[in-house]
Design a protein around this ligand. Sequence first.
Ligand code: SAH
Ligand code: SF4
Ligand code: F3S
Length: 447
Amino acid sequence: MKDLQGFQKKKAFIGVYGCQMNISDAERMEGQLGTLGYERTEDMTDADLILLNTCCVRETAEDKVYGKIGEIKHLKHAKQTLIFGITGCMAQKEGEALIRRAPHIDFVLGTNKVHELKDVVKRLESERCGHIVDVFLGNAPLPEDVPIERAGRLSAWVPIMYGCDNFCTYCIVPYVRGREHSRQPEDVVREVKAAVGQGFKEVTLLGQNVNSYGKDHKRADFAELLQMVDEIEGIERVRYMTSHPKDLSDRVIEAVKNGKHICPHFHLPVQHGSDRILKAMNRVYRKDAYRSLVERIRTAVPGASLTTDLIVGFPGEAEEDFAELLDFLKEIRYDAAYTFLYSKRSGTPAATMEEQVEASVKKERLHRLMQVQNRISLEKNQELQNSVQEVLVEGPSRTDEAIWTGRTGTNKIVLWKKKGTEAEGDIVRVRITQPQTWVLKGELQTD
Ligand code: SAH
Ligand code: SF4
Ligand code: F3S
């Protein structure tokens, strides 16, 4: 495409791995590239610049990126002017080592350097100055004036805090994202207002542990921030993730209960169902405290959905611990669970723990766990048979133009046959006729 002056636009391919925080960072990087005259391409072979925004939470995430780095080598040989950079958590973790391993990488930028992408690319464009590596993980507030090119059209990711101070023993995130620091409430509100002004209906407030929001600047805590965002004119839905069970306060539960737009969905990763393993994971809470938290949530917000993250095969997980985990799932009855095989991350305390669980045992346990959870998810969804759900319309499903999709406030995916009047961004009512494990199928209500 040519711009107004008739110049050929430069093209950027941006590969994003990992969590919503990485998607959000990538949006800020794409925004900066836009000001340098780049437009996005989905075709790597067509790109003038390739950026991989990476994740290292599990080995599988890293393997994917190394595979991609390998693929890009021949593109770089074929097109000398191609600029290739690695950003995100793997960049932070590996730094220079990435370039030693793959010298066709031009730059490596760490997680607290997102806002410096523009300057780095400008330098590389003008002087081909060799490799640039900047992974300094300072704790300075990040600049607020970074342009954002949002990936979605309905739902906006809005970071409210960066970093993590929890140091769960299996997790690399605190090492690659640095210490917790919160954005100022007015900056968050300004960003949400701007997104709503652009037509976004839903925001998800992001942080590794949103309940710690404001503990540093003390200008507002998470419950207060939720209320501020809830009051923004034109907002339809407010979501947040992730909340650590150790400090989800009753004030936050109250804020959700009394909120006009805050979704009745609690993603409350428990990680395990054995107190012994929770202790070894440094998850701080124990099963009893978690139980009582769930009870308070369910009393205050009946009908709220509850989801979790689980790790199978943490070092020392004996068959009895695993059996406790299955029992806990049956007791709590989550709507859905994101399940992961424990992955050894060097530099974390769990990596050097004795009694690492064998891969085949881990896989077999994961399989059993998913069978139990899938049955519960199906049963929970079956409870919604014949109910009428309010659904935010996302548009046609990927496989069939005639079947439309959207989500409930409880974050369940709903599918229905399009009737003709509903449009992306509408809130419609759908009667659930066929609840399944992962989706609810239903009929649009027009009366
Ligand atoms: N801050 C969030 C989680 C961020 S990482 C929280 O505490 O809830 C997302 C999920 O990845 C975690 O909840 C955990 O279940 C999983 N995870 C983190 N490190 C892992 C590892 N080394 N192996 C397997 N799963 C891991
Ligand atoms: Fe990792 Fe724990 Fe921090 Fe979540 S709270 S990012 S699991 S260290
Ligand atoms: Fe991955 Fe970094 Fe997110 S390690 S899960 S992209 S914070």
